[in-house]
Ligand binder design. Sequence first.
Ligand SMILES: [Zn+2]
Length: 224
Amino acid sequence: MARPVSAARTGGTAFTHGPSACHALAFTFDLCPVHEGSGFDAPLVKFLIDHRVHATFFASGPWIAAHDVQMHELLAHPFFEIGTHGQAHAHLPELSAEAQLAEIRGPVATLAKRYAVRSTLFRPPYGEYNDDSVREADAAGQTIVMWSIVSGDPDPKLSAKSIEADVISRAKNGSVIIFHANGRGWHDDEVVPVVYQALVEAKHFAADTVSELRGCAGPAEIKR
Ligand SMILES: [Zn+2]
C-alpha cells in the first residue's frame, strides 16, 4: 500500500505532474502486493475499459506473479499503460544502491520476458526514494513517476464522498492522481467514476496516460 501521508523524497528528479498548459490529467493505479482477497478491483477496471479511460498501472513483482490473467486483461487494451512498482515492494531508501537496482529491474525484466512489454515508468513503493534510486532508475532506463494528488484511497476511514470532493477540488492542468487497482483502494470503484464524470466529462480534461501527459505540450485534445 502506498502511504498517502508519506512525503515524496526529493533527492532527485521525478515526474510528478504534466505541463500547466495541458488541459489533461493522469489517472494512475498502483498494483501493490495483496495478501488477502482477489488483489484486483474488477469493477473499477471494467469502468475504465467501458469508458476507454487512458490510465497507467504500476505493477509490483508479487502482484504480477499472482495475476497473470489480469495482466493479460490490462495489456489487451491499448489505452492502458503498464509501469512497475518494485520487485518486492521494498522501501528503497533502506537498500544499498545495488539492491535498489535489483528491486527496480525485477518486474521490468518480468514484463519483458513474460509479456513482451517494454516498461519505462517506475513508481517507488510507498513513494520513497533517494539519490541512489534516481541514479539506479536511470541506469535501468526507468523514469520515476510520483504524483501531485493523493486520493488517500487506502485509508478505510475516508468516505467515498470526501475522497471525490478532495480530488475534484484539487485537480488542475497536468495533475497526476494516485489510486489503487488492487482492491485496497477502498472506494475506488465508486470514486473514480464520479471523478471521471466531474473532470473529464464536465470539465473536459483529457484523461492521459503518464507518457501522454509527459509528452503533452497543450492545448490537449479530448480523447474518448
Ligand atoms: Zn504500493
